[in-house]
Ligand binder design. Structure first.
Ligand code: SF4
Length: 322
């Protein structure tokens, strides 16, 4: 799954929506968008490192900066790389636009459609269901990424999406909402408990934020202030080859992508008794929010060092890395 290099490119933090749980603080008021020169530079560097690499375009909302998205996809095609797109699917509410957008990404390796209660205030679930069904008809590898809150009924969700076949239902991937980003304002009762031991697969993605910053994952690490173990530099002065080398020797990142963020936060004694720490400790990204605070750096490093042998064993087991 991760044999080829995976690079996430956040083209913009701008979005036509402003969801209450948004982990990237996106809205129409936010204008941060990646410079075209950086997009070209990143893709050329990626091509040098791994010609079979996959680029994941995300936002904010990528179809809100459609010209930049199509420019970037054009470069990917020119370089012979592959790409995937993550989108809020708001374009799916209009049948003609739905077809136009789907036909513009027929060669996408994957199309990820976001859906949940918060997106649902602006984008009806049935529109997302139709986008999935029409994408599959066109041969596009599409999935729905549903971010659920505690207590939601999965069968009712699939019904409201209007999905009927086993294949369609199997393409709805559920993951719980996490107390990061704008979601810090939500009531604690909405946050589900994640599995205790779960490697974070998002930590297998080198992430370029729309500011040009380079990070060790496409999650909370992009928004934790200050220097931390998953902040790798900036595209203007940090070559991606150096990032790859840093990742390989980075014990904190390796612990998160093998054992998981929650076990590491627990081992570092960072999930205290306060309500906030307890709720943060329920999820991987919430745990990373604790792990990556500069004040917790020594505790995080000491705990990771304790786990080094297990991490190396799991690297070999999961990824064949020795
Ligand atoms: S759990 Fe940590 S490594 Fe994984 S996506 Fe969240 S912030 Fe990134």
């Amino acid at each position: 799954m991760f044999e080829s290099l995976r690079v996430g490119v956040q083209l913009t933090e701008s979005c036509n929506l402003a969801c209450q749980h948004c982990s990237t603080f996106s809205s129409p008021k936010v204008t941060t968008t990646l410079d075209r020169g950086y997009v070209r530079d990143i893709l050329q560097q990626v091509k040098q490192i791994d010609p079979d690499a996959e680029i994941g375009f995300t936002g904010g909302e990528v179809f809100y900066v459609r010209d930049l998205l199509y420019y970037a996809i054009g470069l990917v095609r020119e370089l012979g790389l592959s790409y995937s797109v993550t989108t809020n699917g708001s374009w799916a509410m209009d049948p003609a636009e739905r077809q136009e957008v789907l036909h513009s990404v027929l060669d996408a390796k994957k199309l990820g459609l976001s859906a949940d209660i918060y997106h649902g205030t602006a984008v009806p679930r049935r529109a997302i269901g139709l986008a999935l069904q029409e994408a599959l008809e066109l041969g596009i590898e599409a999935v729905i990424r549903y971010t659920y809150i505690e207590g939601e009924d999965f069968d009712k969700i699939v019904e409201e999406l209007g999905l009927t076949t086993e294949e369609e239902r199997a393409r709805v991937h559920f993951s719980g909402v996490m107390r990061v980003g704008r979601a810090v304002r939500l009531d604690h009762s909405v946050f589900p408990m994640f599995p205790e031991r779960e490697p974070c697969l998002a930590a297998n993605i080198v992430m370029i934020r729309s500011t040009g910053g380079i990070f060790g994952c496409c999650g909370e690490s992009m928004y934790v202030r200050g220097q931390h173990d998953l902040r790798f530099g900036h595209i203007r002065d940090t070559p991606l080859v150096d990032v790859m080398d840093n990742r390989d020797r980075n014990l904190v990142l390796q612990t998160i992508r093998t054992l998981g963020a929650r076990p590491l936060a627990e081992a570092a004694g960072l999930v205290g008794d306060s309500d906030e720490e307890q709720v943060l400790g329920r999820s991987p990204c919430g745990s990373c929010h604790l792990l990556l605070q500069e004040r917790n750096r020594d505790k995080t490093h000491a705990a990771a060092e304790e786990l080094r042998d297990r991490v190396n064993a799991l690297r070999a087991l999961y990824y064949g890395e020795v």
